[in-house]
Design a protein around this ligand. Structure first.
Ligand SMILES: [Zn+2]
Length: 463
């Protein structure tokens, strides 16, 4: 029985492992899987999306994001001076402000903020999200993702030194443990994994998310490697995201952040490394040998005047995916930035092409997740799909739909998305809730947390 049929003016299909564009097809879904890709409109489908000019492709997979801090620091992280940006943004503003919010918001308020962010990502075509957050937010995030119908890889943070801050000179202050494994936080992760992994019909998975190389000591990272092996789950971490992290790693371990990860045994096929902006070529060689994935989030770095070029990592032969990080929850404009930053960095218009960028958030991202049922449009694959309206004046004429999507389309062109064969966005609308009501509720919570940030002095330091 056909549960869903989508008319595709163009479709990005996968045949014998190769992606190619075909025209004028129907994508036929039965249950949670693609049953067929045909010329004929199927009879008796329970739901039909029948529009001209839809480009149907595998749902977009976004493997690094922080909904919570993204919303909290909107309008506060741009146009900072260089010195303030480098020293203050992550440790002086983002992390303490996020922690303050968590301490003062109820579980249901946290859930509103989670849904507010997930909704925006889904409206930009995201069907799978890996999201890292403070462990206390796991319940609200899993509840929001389950209601939204999103495929969700939850990454509750593990830290050796959770109470990061900056001193009056702008230097990072590491309080708490001296790099030892925090047994309580590992136990908490085990319990969250037991409770949530496999929930929502298997759409919710729990990953290991040690925060960063400068906040996680060797014992903790060795324990994480053990848990990844024991549970067969993925492990993701921030790596070389600023200069100070590299300096600290060399000082403490006489190794670069990547060498440090290799030394503790963290690197491997199941490791996803966010950023690597301040990694040198020998670090990238290490990543390549380990078959780990690099997660490239160019826009949050471009904001700070730092070039994080997709083309550099891709050109090095690394499995490279593109993700939104904690800045602007719109994967389509992130991909465009990835292309533009790469071309500028290489002074070469031929790098970071539209097909490579689409591949980064479909088949490459699915490979990073070790999921051969995701990231491809083919009979038997999971019916995680996005249908983008390429009929607008700003994209017409469409000579190649991937080119039109990457260089000209907007999130507002996303017409429908489906996860596990079920529509979660249709007519450009989020289906699990009322967008205006969610936004109004979230705005009131942001007002409350802004007042707390001002009275605590945290927000004053960002000026
Ligand atoms: Zn991040």
């Amino acid at each position: 029985m056909t549960s869903l049929a989508i008319r595709a003016r163009w479709a990005l299909v996968h045949e014998e492992g190769k992606a190619r564009i075909v025209a004028d097809r129907w994508i036929v879904v039965e249950g949670d899987k693609i049953a067929a890709i045909t010329h004929q409109r199927p009879e008796g489908a329970a739901e039909v999306v029948d529009r001209p000019n839809l480009f149907v492709l595998p749902g977009l997979i976004n493997l690094h994001n922080h909904v919570f801090t993204e919303a909290l620091i909107r309008g506060r992280s741009e146009d900072l001076s260089k010195s303030l940006y480098e020293t203050n943004l992550v440790y002086g503003l983002l992390m303490p402000f996020g922690q303050l919010a968590m301490q003062h918001l109820s579980g249901s308020e946290c859930e509103v903020i989670a849904e507010f962010g997930l909704m925006q990502l889904m409206k930009s075509g995201v069907t799978t999200l890996m999201e890292s957050f403070r462990a206390g937010l796991t319940g609200p995030f899993v509840a929001a993702a389950t209601r939204a119908g999103l495929r969700f890889y939850a990454g509750p943070y593990l830290f050796s030194t959770p109470d990061l801050d900056i001193d009056p000179d702008g230097k990072t202050v590491y309080r708490g443990g001296g790099g030892n494994a925090d047994t309580a936080s590992l136990d908490e992760w085990r319990s969250l994994h037991r409770e949530h992994d496999g929930a929502a019909g298997g759409r919710v998975r729990v990953t290991l998310s040690p925060h960063a190389t400068d906040t996680c000591g060797p014992d903790l990272l060795r324990a994480v490697r053990g848990l990844a092996n024991e549970n067969g789950c993925l492990a993701t971490i921030h790596v070389a995201q600023n200069r100070e992290e590299v300096v600290k790693s060399r000082h403490l371990y006489q190794r670069s952040p990547t060498e440090y990860l290799e030394w503790v045994g963290f690197l491997g096929r199941d490791a996803l490394l966010a950023h690597c902006c301040f990694s040198d070529d020998s670090d990238l060689d290490l990543v390549k040998r380990s078959d780990a994935t690099v997660i490239n989030c160019p826009r949050s770095f471009a904001r700070g005047g730092v070039s994080a070029a997709f083309g550099r990592f891709h050109g090095h032969g690394l499995r490279t995916v593109v993700a939104t990080d904690g800045y602007v929850p719109d994967i389509i404009s992130e991909l465009r930035t990835a292309g533009m930053v790469s071309k500028l960095a290489a002074s070469d218009p031929g790098v970071a092409t539209a097909p490579q960028l689409v591949d980064a958030v479909t088949s490459q991202a699915a490979a990073a997740l070790r999921r051969d049922d995701l990231g491809c449009l083919a009979p038997g694959a999971k019916a995680d799909l996005v249908a983008i309206n390429l009929g607008g004046a700003h994209v017409t004429p469409v000579n190649d739909p991937r080119n039109a999507l990457i260089w000209r389309a907007h999130a507002s062109d996303v017409w429908a998305t489906a996860v596990d064969g079920r529509l979660v966005v249709n007519d450009g609308r989020y289906l699990a809730g009322d967008e205006a009501a969610i936004t109004t509720k979230a705005a009131a919570i942001f007002d409350k947390i802004t007042r707390l940030g001002e009275s605590s002095g945290i927000l004053g330091r960002a000026k």
